[in-house]
Design a protein around this ligand. Structure first.
Ligand code: ATP
Ligand code: MG
Length: 452
């Protein structure tokens, strides 16, 4: 009791993994401005509290608000059961079978409401490597905090009192820019190996360093990711690549020994000298778009990451006597098959990837009706952006990208003129042409952008 009192007075956090009482921070300490919290998130906590329940904004949103970043989404944690939550809101849907959560909708806006989870029990079913398969009991707030992954993700914000409840020293870790797992690192990574990927994502995204004890076991435990269902690894990879810090994340994954042999995609991305410039450009573009709040397409992103592997196989099939178009399809099949074992690329995304790849040889046919036909392709914009990326990386002559930029922009007669334009240009050496054009054809590649 006295220890607790001293901790409160000093603002010192309890020993990690052992906290039942939080350290409470007021507005001047946590710095969250109520104005930065969307009214609907406040409405949800308020409605629950007025009905007699505890309710807090929790997790990544609190972390981001304290850091002064704009949170991606807002989650609420409560001691109300999903049924009790549902009854309080007009548009609320219970999602999930084993551990139910409630989606409370306001127009398009979604607030996810989760009932506090109980402490994980030793008898929870696990796989042969110790990964917890199901552990879905409700519990107390401090148990909920203990089950969260990192100290900075285990803080609870009460908009009514404007207080942050901090169970594991998250505020201190935010101030020292430290990513620290709650509890015993080895045990937490064994329970859920995806946490190793999450460490890397948050460290890279927030520019935090990883606490020594959190970091130490990762290299040894990295192979446990092999036992995680492919769909979950894919989801996490997608989050990582769309975090706005994809390059930094990939570099850190490599640094932590998490790339090798684990995620075939990363082996390809990080160890292909040929494609490095291409991938670097693709990721830099993606990062820029995410940071500007623009949409990015996962299909475009994965198509970029795997392109040089496709190219290599495409060339091999052609060299073996296959016609170019069927050769490209065979190469695409090989590459996608090679990935799906560990990384379940969703079918919709794989379809986009194939479309983008399959369009590429069509951009090189610039005679007759073919270019007009290509303009009608529903994924033209993505294919064209991909083409610009190939030009920018030096794989293709910039002139091809320029020609398409002009062709897309031109009116009917302009297009006919472009189609009939040929020999003189074709004979001119590529480097000279590029100089004359002053570096045009630089890519804004991302799958969504407008032509320059
Ligand atoms: P982001 O900005 O990426 O959304 P986030 O911290 O909100 O970051 P989510 O995946 O949305 O991440 O998860 C919400 C919260 O749920 C986390 O902040 C954390 O408290 C908890 N959480 C998520 N995944 C895990 C996990 N694998 N193990 C333990 N806790 C987790
Ligand atoms: Mg989140």
């Amino acid at each position: 009791m006295i220890k607790k009192l001293i901790r409160r007075i000093l603002g010192v956090s309890p020993a990690p993994g052992k906290a039942t009482e939080p350290v409470v921070f007021g507005p001047s300490d946590h710095g969250i401005r109520l104005d930065d919290v969307p009214p609907n998130a406040v409405r949800v906590t308020q409605t629950l509290q007025q009905a007699g329940f505890k309710a807090f904004i929790v997790g990544g949103a609190v972390r981001d608000l304290v850091l002064g970043h704009r949170p991606k989404d807002f989650d609420v944690a409560t001691n109300a059961t999903p049924e009790e939550v549902k009854r309080l809101f007009r548009r609320a849907f219970i999602i999930g079978r084993r551990f139910q959560i409630v989606h409370v909708m306001f127009g398009q806006e979604l607030i996810e409401v989760t009932t506090f989870r109980g402490a994980s029990s030793d008898d929870a079913p696990k796989d042969a490597h110790g990964r917890v398969l199901r552990d879905n009991t409700f519990g107390e707030q401090h148990e909920d905090a203990e089950r969260r992954d990192f100290t900075i993700n285990a803080m609870y914000y009460d908009p009514a009192r404007q207080q942050v409840l901090d169970y594991h020293g998250g505020m201190k870790d935010i101030r020292s820019k430290t990513l620290r797992i709650i509890g015993v690192p080895e045990a937490r990574f064994r329970e859920d190996p995806v946490r190793m990927l999450r460490v890397v994502r948050f460290a890279a995204k927030l520019g935090f360093s990883i606490a020594g004890p959190t970091r130490a076991p990762i290299k040894v435990m990295a192979p446990l990711i092999n036992n995680v269902p492919a769909a979950r690894v894919f989801d996490e990879m997608l989050k990582l690549l769309m975090s706005g810090h994809a390059m930094a994340c990939l570099r850190q994954l490599r640094q932590e020994g998490l790339h090798h042999g684990l995620l075939p995609l990363l082996d390809v991305v990080l160890e292909q000298p040929l494609g490095e410039r291409f991938v670097t450009l693709a990721l830099a573009n993606t990062d820029e778009r995410v940071r500007d709040g623009k949409p990015v397409s996962p299909g475009f992103l994965f198509a970029s990451l795997l392109w040089h592997q496709v190219l290599e196989k495409w060339n091999a099939y052609k060299a073996a006597g296959e016609y170019p178009i069927p050769a490209l399809h065979l190469a695409a099949d090989d590459v996608l098959d090679g990935q799906t074992e560990k990384l379940a690329i969703q079918r919709r995304i794989a379809t986009d990837m194939r479309d983008i790849w399959a369009m590429q040889p069509r951009f090189e046919r610039r005679v007759g009706k073919a270019p007009h036909k290509l303009l009608e392709h529903p994924r033209l914009r993505a294919g064209y952006d991909f083409l610009l990326l190939r030009c920018a990386s030096g794989e293709l002559d910039a002139e091809v990208g320029d020609w398409w930029t002009d062709f897309i922009d031109a009116d009917g007669p302009g297009r006919e003129a472009l189609l009939s334009k040929k020999p003189a240009e074709e004979a001119e050496p590529a480097a000279k042409r590029r100089r004359r054009r002053g570096g045009r054809g630089r890519s804004k590649a991302n799958g969504e952008s407008a032509p320059e």
